[in-house]
Design a protein around this ligand. Structure first.
Ligand code: EPZ
Length: 425
């Protein structure tokens, strides 16, 4: 297993470019199942999860090809498609559940492995099943698989009004991709509003779908008979961008994060400004300036659905709080087990106590480098940020978690002056 070796204490300066958003690319790869015509995606990030999703689509019979320009990828689901997502692939990536909606919409049946638990919580798919059932699917759970087909007498899904028990990002995406080819109108009452949802909707609209309200909590979709191909550019990754903002805030420096959209990160940017970081919008990016964590004031925050503070930024901002002045309360309201980075940060000298959903962080003057272990994607980013400011060497193990969600993180950080290298196992 690869590791990252970081020697802390260096400021970060210069320009870094964020890649396409992982959490937009994953549903958008699945959307290529909705048409027999060619689809081209641009700005697709080079990530392990994207490679896994591409492999899953290939397993089903989708032809895929990468193109020279950065992140170009083309797809054809014209040939025979086997609507199956096997456990070997699904177990490594929960987002595989996103093939369910498109497969039901276009082919009327699917057999998709249940995702199984994951590090940050149980993360069931009961809401996905509830919504698709309302649209005329019959989904049975057999031997660890969701076996889905159209209810007796139906030749296609039907529009429905869907109100899930809680806001679900991939649930909203699954319902959108099912509804675009369903018969009649679908209304998603408490839809997720994360920017990846409108980005997926824009792609579907380019393919001929009729969608309104995307980006709000109420999305209305009129089903059509067929969709055609399109070329779509994946929106910039706001979580990767936010990760770089927190890294510069903690390490100190002056960086332009290119292609980042400040309007997608308002909750995080406000907290950084309250902490004492200078964050400004520049043409096609965000500029971040910081004198380093010792000059910053720790910030209380709680994660909520968009446009609130994103759960995917919780670990990274906590790393900043561990070396900022004062104490802070970090409350995680979305997932039940998303504090696994805490023990590893404590190994670096952080002062953190967990009480249920709340972590109490007392800023310390200095962290000291150590060997730590990544436990999930954003936890690994948190440990990298801590390593950038810790005295001495930090070795982050199991960085396959990082590679799932970040496109060449160490190369980008080295380009900003960090002393960081990948140690091949
Ligand atoms: C998406 O996961 C993201 N993944 C996650 O990003 C992100 O943390 C999460 O949304 C919340 O913003 C992708 O987009 C691929 P949810 P998702 O359904 O859709 C519960 C990362 O780091 N729930 O919005 O799986 C669930 O357990 C990843 O990039 C049910 O109970 O999350 C959670 O507590 C991590 N039943 C809450 O809802 C369901 O059927 C929100 O989950 C669905 C969800």
């Amino acid at each position: 297993m690869d590791k990252l070796l970081i020697r802390g204490g260096r400021q970060l300066n210069g320009t870094v470019t964020v890649s396409g958003a992982k959490n937009a690319a994953l549903p958008e790869l699945c959307a290529t199942l909705l048409t027999p015509e060619p689809v081209k995606l641009l700005n697709v990030p080079r990530l392990q999860d994207v490679a896994t999703m591409r492999k899953l689509l290939g397993h089903m019979g989708v032809q895929t090809q990468t193109h020279g320009e950065r992140g170009g990828m083309s797809f054809s689901a014209a040939g025979p498609i086997t609507p199956e997502a096997p456990y070997e692939l699904v177990k490594t990536m929960r987002a595989s559940v996103l093939v369910l909606g498109p497969l039901l919409a276009r082919f009327g049946h699917a057999r998709v492995s249940l995702p199984g638990g994951c590090a940050i919580g149980s993360r069931p798919v009961d809401q996905h099943i509830k919504g698709l059932t309302a649209m005329g699917a019959e989904i049975a759970v057999e031997h660890g698989y969701m076996v889905a087909k159209l209810a007796a007498g139906r030749t296609r899904l039907k529009g429905a009004r869907i109100a899930t028990d809680m806001v679900t990002v991939t649930g909203t995406e699954n319902f959108m991709m099912a509804a675009v080819l369903a018969e009649g109108e679908t209304i998603l009452e408490n839809a997720a509003q994360e920017p990846e949802i409108p980005d997926l909707a824009e792609m579907l609209i380019q393919m001929g779908a009729r969608i309104e309200g995307h980006g709000t909590s109420r999305i209305v979709i009129q089903g059509v008979d067929a969709l055609h191909g399109c070329t779509h550019r994946v929106v910039a990754d706001r979580i990767e961008a936010g990760t770089f903002l927190c890294a510069v805030a903690a390490a100190g420096g002056d960086v332009v994060v290119q292609h980042a959209r400040i309007e997608h990160l308002e909750a995080v940017v406000e907290k950084l400004r309250d902490a004492g970081v200078t964050v400004t919008k520049v043409p096609d990016g965000i500029r971040v300036q910081s004198g380093g964590a010792a000059q910053l004031k720790a910030q209380h925050f709680r994660t909520t659905e968009y446009p609130g503070f994103p759960t995917d930024m919780q670990a990274q901002f906590m790393a900043l709080n561990t070396v900022a002045k004062g104490s802070s309360l970090v409350t995680e309201t979305i997932f039940e087990n998303r504090f696994m980075h805490v023990n590893e940060l404590v190994r670096l000298g952080a002062n953190i106590q967990i009480d249920g959903k709340v972590a109490m962080v007392e800023g310390v003057r200095v962290l000291s480098g150590a060997t730590v272990m990544a436990t999930d994607m954003r936890a690994s980013a948190s440990l990298v940020i801590a390593g950038l400011v810790a005295e001495g060497e930090t070795l982050v193990d199991r960085i396959y978690h990082l590679d799932r969600g970040y496109d060449q993180m160490e190369t980008k950080l080295r380009g900003l002056g960090a002393d960081i290298e990948r140690v091949k196992s």
